[in-house]
Design a protein around this ligand. Structure first.
Ligand code: BGC
Length: 331
């Protein structure tokens, strides 16, 4: 009896140990299998990694481009890395694009600021199989696949026409431009010049560079006013220029008598229009540029056909246009 009981106990114990062993063994196998399945699924769902290189990281205008790109990032399940120079700087800008190439990004979205400096790096990316979409500023001579942004020449023409209309065809004009070497700034100036060239009452007497900073714009507006006290109007061609010009006008008690037309609809610019310190501004769609450029890039990596040029809307707005939106005028 005693022997049978011991035998039974031994068999039961061995059975228990075997059961534990098999459940642990097969449990781990199942986990490993699940892990492999998950890894394979993740690979299949692998999100694309696009790099967006702005002209200047913390510039309010570029933060709007980033915001649009981030919205597209969420909507399309891709990754957008926003990285670039702290302050506008061609060398740093190109270095950042080069780093994006070295990191084997799936696509690069950036400006084509000028053909000499930017075409070689854009072409290098393309030759390494990394598609490039230009945003805000195009370099049509490069091998980039597509451009999304304002028609910068046309925007300059609109600014010129608005100035002719608002000053009744009589003005001595100083221009503050973001950068002499940047294609979009040159086009905005050229469009403006062409629009006013046949109006005898309009004279452009000076053009200076702000380096796209408001302080630069203020310093250069002061310089122009010192050298040309007869200036009656300013045209600022990048987002912070009119803001800087308006500060100088205020300091010199010229608010109201000096006509100012600028670029972009940053909240500060709109407030200065509401308080009648800036007369008009040329609108751009930086948010849409960011969104659309990511959407296009995704189509490109999926080998879909995309339009070469997508021009975002641009027009000139005045105080009246803001009032239509239900805003109250401010004294
Ligand atoms: C231009 C941008 C530029 C920004 C500078 C905008 O009007 O479109 O390219 O970086 O101004 O503030």
């Amino acid at each position: 009896m005693g022997f049978l009981r011991r035998l039974l106990t031994t068999v039961l114990c061995l059975g228990f140990i075997a059961a534990v062993f098999f459940s642990v063994y097969f449990g781990m196998k199942a986990l490993q299998f699940g892990d492999t399945v998950m890894k394979t699924e993740a690979k299949a769902k692998r999100t694309y990694h696009f790099v967006l290189v702005p002209e200047e990281m913390d510039n309010d205008y570029w933060r709007l481009v980033e915001k649009g790109a981030r919205a597209a990032e969420k909507d399309f399940g891709v990754t957008v890395e926003y990285t670039g120079p702290e302050k506008a700087d061609t060398e740093q800008h190109i270095k950042t694009i080069d780093m994006a190439i070295a990191s084997k990004a799936d696509g690069i979205i950036t400006q084509g600021l000028n053909e000499k400096a930017f075409d070689p790096i854009i072409n290098k990316a393309m030759q390494k199989g990394i598609p490039v979409v230009t945003v805000d500023t195009d370099s049509p001579t490069s091998e980039r696949i597509a451009y999304v942004g304002t028609d910068n020449y046309y925007a300059g023409v609109l600014a010129g026409k608005a100035l002719i209309h608002d000053t009744k065809g009589k003005a001595v004009v100083g221009i503050i431009t973001g950068r002499f070497d940047a294609a979009h700034q040159r086009l905005r100036v050229q469009g403006f010049r062409d629009a006013v060239k046949n109006v005898p009452g309009i004279k452009i007497v000076a053009i200076e560079e702000s380096k796209i900073t408001r302080i630069g714009a203020a310093e250069k507006a002061s310089k122009i006013l010192d050298e040309h006290p007869d200036v009656t109007a300013f045209y600022g061609t990048s987002a912070l220029d009119a803001i800087g010009i308006s500060q100088v006008a205020e300091k010199r008690h010229l608010t109201g008598s000096l006509y100012i037309i600028g670029f972009d609809t940053l909240p500060e610019t709109l407030n200065l229009i509401r308080t009648r310190k800036i007369d008009a501004t040329v609108t751009q769609q930086p948010y849409e540029m960011g969104y659309k450029s990511v959407e296009l890039m995704l189509d490109i990596v999926k080998k879909k056909k995309v339009p070469e040029i997508t021009n975002t809307e641009t027009r000139v707005i005045h105080l009246q246009d803001l009032l239509h939106k239900g805003d109250a005028p401010q004294p």
